[in-house]
Design a protein around this ligand. Structure first.
Ligand SMILES: Cc1ncc(COP(=O)(O)O)c(C=O)c1O
Length: 364
């Protein structure tokens, strides 16, 4: 076994294992929507079954590439054509293809502290180096340490709206970090898988400010389609050719049936606004209850997560709170500066469950 694989730490599983052994636990730990995939989307998949179910084209069905190009073009300052789109097996497949195509053993990626854990895991499997630094100060300016790390790295990942914090970059922040990457010839990955889930803010794509960048997108969270495994990369056609080689060597092509569903989700997307409004209400309630409890946090502006500092060892806190009936994810694996923070997913719970969980937390 490769040592780097053996060393990958899946300790976060301890939370879901413990939570599923106990009855009546509020599951703030599950990072996916409480909603099911909309009916009309499932119907499109059913209809799609009538077609021959062979491999799909390596870069994805042309109809879906066109829908993605149209959706990405709606973002500020972007003009995307279908040749610049490759459909992948989830956003995860998209990230893996870009890392594998771009980063060799000596090369380094830099991530925010905190960041979504799988960036590190993808790096470990791919074999590249990585580092983590808190990008932003409390005035929303890029920290000098972050500039330095980005300048020294080969690739920087920017995730807006962010997992695990719900942080959404302003236009100035998106431009600033993209330009620092460009000035230092550090390749920019802009992970925007939550781009439609923002609350009272605008989404800005850092990729719209520079020539050289890859956007990562997905139907998983925006459309409540985590199990369908459809994502994409947007980049120049010559780079797409290279990413396609990685996809060819891993999954060959994304599942055909899921792509029919994704076309429908992007074409007829009124469900997104309904879900976004429900998340917004849950987010407001969560903020209110976190204020009452006195935790230190930045109110989430997007995605489906909050990341309060609970002032205690995050592992002890999360393991103990499962006994009290609330499951959350410890911040420790998400970054060295995050070991007293916890991730709360409000996408996976109802308002009633949020009230119940905070009554239990208050009591504890
Ligand atoms: C920040 C971020 N990027 C990428 C992904 C991967 O998305 P997918 O489910 O489409 O693979 C996730 C999923 O949780 C995520 O949170």
């Amino acid at each position: 076994m490769r040592k780097r694989i053996e060393d990958i730490d899946l300790s976060i599983r301890k939370i879901s294992e413990k939570a599923s052994q106990k009855e009546d636990v509020v599951r703030f730990d599950i990072g996916q929507p409480s909603f099911d995939t909309p009916k009309h989307v499932k119907e499109a998949a059913r209809k799609g079954l009538e077609n021959k179910q062979g491999y799909s084209p390596m870069l994805g069905l042309e109809g879906l590439r066109e829908e993605v190009a149209a959706e990405e073009s709606e973002k500020k300052g972007l003009s995307v054509s279908s040749e610049e789109v490759m459909i992948t097996t989830g956003g995860m497949g998209a990230l893996f293809a870009v890392f594998a195509a771009r980063l060799g053993e000596e090369d380094k990626a830099v991530f925010n502290d905190p960041c979504w854990g799988p960036y590190k895991m993808i790096s470990e499997v791919n074999g590249n180096e990585w580092s983590q630094v808190n990008y932003w100060n409390s005035d929303r300016e890029l920290r000098s340490e972050a500039r330095q790390e980005i300048a020294e790295a080969n690739l920087v990942v920017v995730n807006t709206p962010g997992n695990p914090t719900g942080y959404v970059l302003t236009e100035d922040q998106a431009r600033e970090i993209a330009e620092v990457a460009e000035d230092n010839e550090t390749f920019l990955i802009s992970d925007e898988v939550y781009h439609r889930l923002v609350y009272g803010k605008e989404h800005y794509s850092p990729a719209s400010f520079v020539e050289d960048a890859a956007i990562i997108g997905s139907v998983s969270k925006n459309h409540a389609m985590t199990g369908w495994r459809v994502g994409w990369i947007v980049d120049r056609p010559e780079n797409i050719e290279e990413y396609a080689k990685v996809s060819r060597a891993s999954t060959a092509c994304p599942p055909r049936i899921s792509q029919y569903a994704a076309i429908e989700a992007l074409q007829d997307d009124s469900h997104v606004e309904e879900m976004r409004e429900a998340y917004h209400e849950r987010r407001d309630l969560l903020v209110e209850r976190m204020e009452d409890i006195g935790w230190d946090f930045v109110a989430p502006e997007g995605a489906i997560y909050a990341f309060p500092d609970v002032g205690k060892d995050s592992w002890d806190f999360c393991m103990n709170m499962i006994d009290e009936g609330v499951a959350m994810v410890p911040g420790e694996p998400m970054g060295p500066e995050s070991d007293t923070s916890v991730r709360i997913c409000f996408g996976s719970t109802t308002k009633e469950e949020i009230e119940k969980a905070f009554d239990l937390l208050d009591k504890a």
